[in-house]
Design a binder for this molecule. Structure first.
Ligand SMILES: C[S@@+](CC[C@H](N)C(=O)[O-])C[C@H]1O[C@@H](n2cnc3c(N)ncnc32)[C@H](O)[C@@H]1O
Length: 233
């Protein structure tokens, strides 16, 4: 469950400011690099207010070659002053979406920042990898440490504002509440997924189709996964 649909772009950015650092990280994670220029075709999944999209445009990707999928209206309208990007309001679980996305592809780069735990499923990953061009990469990141079952409350200051956050695990579902002074609380839930589970699905897809390889980059409490298309399915 998540109710990002109630959060428009600017509110999302104010509430989750702490999580918006280094939006370009996924774009530069592949090694060898995926070239970022006016010809790069980028698909950004679960775009939120468009942090990755904005970083990509600043790094030279042409707005016309960017497709962003976001289930809510959180995408910041300010982004459009850079040029017309293609925004698809949809759920990744809706597999019919992939035929439509394929029309804009194949993609050199597909990104999904801090959102894979909302939708991770083998069939969806398979459909997404199938949208990549040869040598293209799917890059996503997620947290790698199991949250505690006892509610953990954190208070912190970011910039000038005071924040509080509560997170804990019920079964395999993370309950996450985020609050900022002057704003209503926002609650979201998503699955805790073991690093071995990601590895299992990616190994299975590589073995079955022999068209993708993958690597994991561990940075503190975050793992970044790079899945590279090596042939057409
Ligand atoms: C934590 S935010 C991350 C946003 C953005 N990627 C970023 O780095 O700022 C997660 C986003 O995923 C979107 N989302 C969650 N589940 C989704 C789904 N099944 N299909 C499409 N979007 C989804 C939410 O609406 C939300 O904007």
């Amino acid at each position: 469950m998540n109710d990002y649909k109630h959060l428009m772009g600017e509110d999302y950015e104010r509430l989750y400011a702490k999580y918006l650092i280094r939006p370009s990280r996924l774009l530069v994670a592949p090694d060898p690099a995926v070239a970022l220029d006016k010809d790069t075709r980028l698909l950004d999944l679960c775009s939120g207010s468009g942090a990755v999209v904005k970083a990509a445009m600043e790094m030279g990707v042409a707005p016309a070659n960017i497709v962003a999928v976001e289930e809510s209206q959180a995408m910041s309208f300010g982004l459009h002053r850079h040029g017309p990007i293609h925004v698809v309001h949809g759920h990744l679980e809706y597999l019919g979406l992939y035929d439509m996305l394929a029309k804009h592809g194949p993609y050199d780069l597909i990104t999904c920042r801090q959102a894979v735990n909302y939708w991770w499923h083998r069939d969806i990953v398979e459909a997404i990898v199938g949208l990549l061009d040869v040598s293209g990469c799917l890059v996503f990141n997620t947290f790698n440490t199991k949250p505690a079952e006892v509610p953990q409350a954190k208070q912190y200051v970011h910039g000038e504002a005071q924040f509080a956050e509560i997170a804990y695990l019920v079964g395999d579902v993370v309950q996450h509440v985020q609050a900022r002074e002057g704003m209503g609380m926002h609650m979201t839930t998503f699955r805790w997924i073991e690093p071995e589970t990601f590895a299992g699905v990616l190994d299975e897809l590589s073995d079955e189709h022999a068209f993708a390889t993958w690597t994991r980059i561990r940075e503190d409490t975050t793992d970044t996964y790079v899945v590279r298309q090596i042939d057409h399915p």
